[in-house]
Design a protein around this ligand. Structure first.
Ligand code: S3P
Length: 171
């Protein structure tokens, strides 16, 4: 592994942030949430960024973030749900650490995100049908970006973190 970063990828609401915090604690690594990092740099919420500058602007900031990770990490990185979709991002993550794809069923995702208004892509599409379609479209990118896949449905975050540590220690 070129670097010690652990990137957690997967759909919105699959548990990346929660699991990352536990994982970082257990491994005594820094935890970075890419969305929070970008919001702090831009001094603006993601919803506002989408409104003002459009999605593509935000996607560029995600790639910038990965280019800079060498100066910020090593860390457990909770990636925004669309991070792995750009091929360039997937390559940068592979180069700079291990990539764990967290999975969850659309129904599980819906239950976890339904009351949030912080995700511009779901704000007018908060339903299982839309989540399923977006997830299916992204699945090939998630699958190919991830070095391995960890299921999260019905599991405690602590248990998920332990599985990732097991994988990490065997690499
Ligand atoms: C997005 C997921 C969000 C955030 C942005 C776009 C996506 O992050 O980066 O709203 O395209 O899936 P979370 O996965 O942390 O919700």
């Amino acid at each position: 592994m070129a670097d010690r970063n652990i990137f957690l990828i997967g759909f919105m609401g699959c548990g990346k942030s929660t699991v990352s915090k536990i994982l970082a604690d257990k491994l005594r690594l820094k935890m970075i949430d890419s969305d929070e990092y970008i919001e702090n740099c831009e001094k603006m919420k993601i919803t506002e960024m989408f409104e003002k500058y459009g999605e593509e602007y935000f996607r560029e900031r995600e790639t910038d973030f990965l280019r800079k990770i060498g100066e910020i990490g090593p860390a457990v990185v909770a990636c925004g749900g669309g991070m792995a979709v750009r091929r360039q991002n997937a390559e940068l993550m592979k180069e700079k650490g291990i990539v764990i794809f967290l999975t969850a069923k659309p129904e599980t995702i819906y239950e976890r995100v339904r009351y949030s208004s912080q995700r511009p892509l779901l704000n007018n599409n908060m339903n299982i049908g839309y989540i399923t379609k977006l997830m299916e479209g992204r699945m090939p990118a998630y699958e190919s970006a991830g070095d391995c896949k960890v299921e999260t449905d019905g599991r405690a975050p602590e248990d998920i973190a332990d599985e990732i540590i097991e994988i990490y220690s065997n690499i």
